[in-house]
Design a protein. Structure first.
Length: 195
């Protein structure tokens, strides 16, 4: 006597096999779509960042994790005092610094005072209590540097412990890949820093 399955020409193992391949294909498709979405978001909207080192202390602490704004850079929206994520392709290294000088400007420091095109400018983001710990050693003098049409002068907020434009020279706009920082870890530091 034939069973119902045999009369219909199918068997339970075949149905399970088809179900397995359907689920596998669905998983692969979902994975690929997710990877494409992550790629697009990371390259055109926001980029994950991890702060390494103390060059931006106390604004950003070492090992902080967050997101940076890629779209703002792509739209040419770089402003003085923005936090910039800089990529140095020759060193395969990422830096987190602050934009001080904009294209075409002349930047200098005298006795810890920032001058842009010869005019004194305040840096309100700097932590005055932290500066006081260093006294005159916080920021050394910088002779006037005139930036090209595509160059930015960037410094760390922790001036005594930062390798920045004083060491590397001005950064080309093509090296600035994102700006700002939405810190998500540690939770105590959660929030937007110069978006």
């Amino acid at each position: 006597m034939d069973s119902e399955e045999n009369r219909n020409g199918s068997s339970e193992p075949e149905e399970k096999k088809n179900s397995f391949w359907a689920e596998t294909w669905d998983f692969i498709r979902t994975l690929v779509i997710s990877m494409v979405c992550v790629f697009l978001v990371a390259h055109f909207l926001v980029r994950p960042i991890r702060v390494q080192g103390n060059s931006m202390y106390p604004t950003l602490e070492s090992e902080s994790i967050g997101l940076a704004n890629v779209l703002g850079v792509e739209m040419g929206d770089l402003k003085r005092f923005d936090i910039a994520i800089i990529y140095l392709p020759e060193k395969k290294e990422y830096l987190v610094k602050r934009i001080i000088g904009l294209p075409g400007e002349t930047v200098s420091y005298q006795d810890g005072q920032l001058f842009i095109n010869g005019e004194a400018l305040q840096e309100p983001f700097l932590n005055q209590d932290y500066i006081a710990q260093w006294g005159d050693q916080f920021m050394s003098d910088v002779e006037p540097v005139t930036l090209g049409s595509d160059e930015y002068y960037c410094l760390g907020d922790n001036r005594p412990n930062s390798r920045d434009s004083r060491y590397y020279g001005p950064f080309a706009k093509s090296h600035i890949i994102a700006k700002g920082a939405l810190i998500i870890w540690p939770f105590s530091e959660f929030g937007v820093k110069s978006w």
